[in-house]
Design a protein around this ligand. Structure first.
Ligand SMILES: NC(=O)C1=CN([C@@H]2O[C@H](COP(=O)(O)OP(=O)(O)OC[C@H]3O[C@@H](n4cnc5c(N)ncnc54)[C@H](O)[C@@H]3O)[C@@H](O)[C@H]2O)C=CC1
Ligand SMILES: O=C(CO)COP(=O)(O)O
Length: 320
């Protein structure tokens, strides 16, 4: 099955490089200048420098060309997904769309699968998510991800097509659980970065990861996802990676917050919008998500880290 990747950011480029080990791949960017640069240098110097593009990786800014393939990986940030679907409805109708983004849409509270179902019901939908840094994938280092698809037959077929020499795919039909895991781990990673940045120690981080995981499961159960999905790569796996590595942009934003430093606003940090979307959704549902609420307070400058820690440490005592 031939594949195209739409969105030539770090992740899209890394996936295209890995998939090119199996056969021809097309990588689309909306920016013709960027495509010309990549075609000339055989590198995506803007987003994934130092990783050569294999010869059978074709770069294009013509969506019609990329959309000749049936399977399209959508590797744009979560808050851009709907805009992309709306802009290219004609070309994307009837295709197999695999969202590769992590987050909750700010305006609707929906995850990537739900946004695709709403915006383009005339397509087939799946989600690729889990612990992986773009640079690791592009370097050929071993990685395992979750391929979530409600249709079990399509899920099996995508698992075969998208599995590569260094990208091992596990599948699930619980798309909601996979969405929640991938989205919320970024929020908890911001919190973990903040406590480490402020010098509050590894024990505090372990507490936040564990109680953050409880928050993720609470939301998943409330929305009808399978709590077990959260124990897999898309939840626990990605939480472990993102909360402990300075390669993570979400964790680095947290570090900057904890140190009182400014963070580059042009960097893609999915957890910021997702924290706001999740906090609003949890409040509307009457669900207790105190770490997410604290992250929102920190991001908005309405809560100091000291105040956030006091708020978390003085909550009523309860069973684990
Ligand atoms: N970078 C990584 O290591 C990983 C990223 N992801 C996820 O992949 C998604 C994308 O992240 P990155 O590639 O890292 O971001 P990035 O910031 O490197 O690239 C995003 C790309 O999307 C393009 N884009 C933005 N809006 C667009 C639109 N409306 N239409 C077409 N193209 C558009 C931009 O031009 C840019 O090339 C995020 O949801 C992220 O969480 C997942 C796993 C690993
Ligand atoms: O999702 C990722 C790792 O699985 C990448 O993390 P960041 O978006 O925080 O860089």
């Amino acid at each position: 099955m031939s594949v195209s990747v739409l969105g030539a950011g770090a992740f899209g480029t890394a996936l295209a490089i890995s998939l090119a080990g199996k056969g021809a791949v097309t990588l689309w960017s909306r920016d013709a200048g960027h495509v010309a640069e990549m075609a000339e240098s055989r590198e995506n110097a803007r987003r994934l420098p130092g990783m050569p593009l294999p010869q059978n990786l074709n770069v294009t800014s013509e969506l019609q060309q990329a959309a000749q393939n049936r399977v399209l990986l959508l590797a744009v940030p979560m808050q851009q997904l709907r805009r992309m679907l709306d802009a290219h409805r004609a070309e994307l109708t009837g295709k197999v769309l695999v969202a590769c983004c992590k987050g909750i849409e700010l305006t609707t509270g929906l995850g990537p699968i739900e946004v695709m179902r709403e915006a383009l019901p005339e397509a087939h939908h799946a989600l690729l998510t889990g612990p992986s840094f773009a640079a690791d994938i592009a370097m050929g280092l071993p990685t395992a991800l979750t391929l979530a698809c409600a249709d079990p037959d399509l899920g099996k077929s995508l698992q075969q097509s998208l599995n590569t020499a260094n990208l091992r795919l596990y599948r699930t039909t619980d798309t909601l659980g996979a969405e929640i895991g991938g989205a919320l781990k970024n929020v908890i990673a911001i919190a973990c970065g903040a406590v480490i940045g402020a010098g509050l120690g590894d024990s505090a981080r372990a507490a936040l990861m564990t109680r953050g995981y409880a928050e993720m499961q609470r939301l998943a159960r409330h929305l009808g996802a399978e709590a077990d999905t959260l124990a897999g790569l898309s939840g626990f796996g990605d939480l472990a990676l993102t909360c402990t590595s300075t390669l993570s942009r979400n964790y680095r934003l947290g570090l900057a917050l904890g140190r009182g430093e400014v963070f580059d606003p042009t960097v893609t940090v999915e957890g910021a919008a997702t924290a706001h979307a999740t906090d609003a959704k949890a409040r509307a549902m009457g669900l207790d998500m105190p770490i997410t609420a604290c992250v929102v307070g920190l991001l908005d400058g309405k809560l100091t880290l000291d105040a956030a820690m006091t708020a978390l440490l003085t909550r009523p005592l309860k069973e684990e």
